[in-house]
Design a protein around this ligand. Structure first.
Ligand SMILES: *Cc1c(COP(=O)(O)O)cnc(C)c1O
Length: 393
């Protein structure tokens, strides 16, 4: 059965709405409007129309023959890298933009870390003629200049955030502050299954197209389901998108891969499910990286899209009920997988997605003969500069 949050917006103990009082009516209204739209066949058709003619869906599944031969597994890849703008993020940005139009909002705000969500949001805002402002830490602006330029070219305003660690979590705080002030005419597009209810549920529903497609494509081609589904987990949206279609299939193992950074023992990682504890961050109760006093810890990952101290509430629930296994992969293991997949299959994964390929070498986790479906959440073009610096070819 498909999991739904309860009437308080919780998946088990996780989720909820830990936000300033002024935002509660806006979140309740968003919840109502989303439920109404999602039950409306016209809205569904409109969403499907743009997914098809603008984003380029359905994305195919690709059998990775050389990875299979070298690992003794049967490896199939879901190709979210082929979407317009190069990753799964546009599925959600498009859905929320259509919802904002339906709600009569004129202005869109978003937060971004690496810039991928900012680019996806700026893209759909250009398409629909909506005003767009993106909050981004000055640290990230310096690291991701190409994406900053892309957003500007697409007509978005990029607002530098210089508080805190000057990265994604601070950009999220600023975007939330903007929303409190401008909630009348503004919709806030959160980029993952994080944040207060209804975002974790709504974003999952907009990303569910990944798993719904992949499940049908796999059944159609192989006449059965895979043994295992694997996806990387930052905030957790591409993973929830894949997993949600398979959660009711008790025989399909699901594995979420977090960023192990320099190694869990060093503390320099972004693996709240593997090495964190529950607490409140960005309006939601979920696993996160904190010290004994509840202070949010600094994170590290070679992959900017996984470099976040929190994670979506539904993942915390799926961990606690034991439906999904969560593991961590180090920067070095991810880079080795990045190189391996490029060389052997001609597919250059995003650093984030490389984390989902890395466990294919682990025979304890995946015994020979296992049929694995890997979600390639995005392509690696954005990571070329860093890769050229880190890899000696
Ligand atoms: C942003 C991003 C991620 C991480 O976000 P999730 O919400 O965990 O999916 C993963 N892969 C790519 C390619 C991304 O751009």
């Amino acid at each position: 059965m498909l999991i739904r949050p309860d009437h308080r917006g919780r998946f088990g103990a996780f989720g909820g709405r830990y936000v300033p009082e002024t935002l509660i009516p806006a979140l309740e209204e968003l919840d109502r409007q989303f439920e109404r739209a999602w039950a409306d066949s016209h809205f569904r058709e409109e969403y499907a129309h743009y997914l098809s003619e603008y984003v380029g869906r359905p994305s195919p599944i690709t059998e990775a023959r050389k990875l299979s031969a070298q690992t003794g597994l049967h490896v199939v890849v879901k190709r979210e890298d082929l979407n317009h703008t190069g990753a799964h993020k546009i599925n959600n940005a498009l859905g929320q933009c259509l919802l904002a139009l339906r709600m009569g909002k004129k202005r869109i705000i978003a937060e971004t870390g690496a810039g991928q969500h900012g680019v996806a949001t700026a893209t759909v805002c250009a398409l629909f003629g909506l005003e767009c402002e993106v909050y981004m830490g000055v640290e990230d602006i310096a690291r991701q200049q190409l994406n900053v330029f892309r957003m500007k070219l697409l007509g978005a305003k990029v607002n530098p955030v210089s508080s805190g660690t000057k990265t994604l979590k601070d950009a999220l705080n600023e975007a939330m502050r903007d929303w409190v002030t401008n909630v009348g005419d503004t919709h806030y597009i959160i980029g993952s299954v994080a944040g207060p209810h209804p975002y974790p549920y709504m974003v999952r529903e907009f990303q569910r197209v990944i798993g719904d497609e992949a499940r049908a494509q796999y059944l159609d081609r192989y006449g059965r389901l895979p043994d295992v589904g694997i996806a990387c987990v930052g905030g957790g949206s591409n993973a929830m998108g894949l997993f949600s279609a398979f959660v009711p299939d008790a025989d399909v193992r699901l594995i979420g891969v977090e960023a192990g950074g320099l190694g869990l023992e060093t503390g320099k990682h972004a693996a709240p499910l593997t090495a964190g504890s529950p607490g409140v961050l960005h309006g939601s109760y979920s696993y996160l990286m904190q010290d004994e006093d509840g202070q949010i810890l600094g994170t590290h990952s070679v992959s900017a899209g996984l470099d976040y101290p929190g994670v979506g509430a539904e993942h915390s629930y799926l961990k606690d009920i034991g439906r999904v296994e969560y593991i961590a992969i180090t920067d070095d293991e991810a880079l080795a997988a990045f190189r391996w997949v490029a060389r052997e299959e001609g597919l250059i994964p995003a650093f984030e997605s490389a984390h989902a390929f890395a466990p294919l070498h682990d025979r304890k986790l995946l015994p020979a003969g296992t049929r694995v479906l890997v979600n390639m959440s995005g392509r690696g073009d954005k990571d070329m500069e860093t890769a050229a610096r880190l890899l000696d070819l």
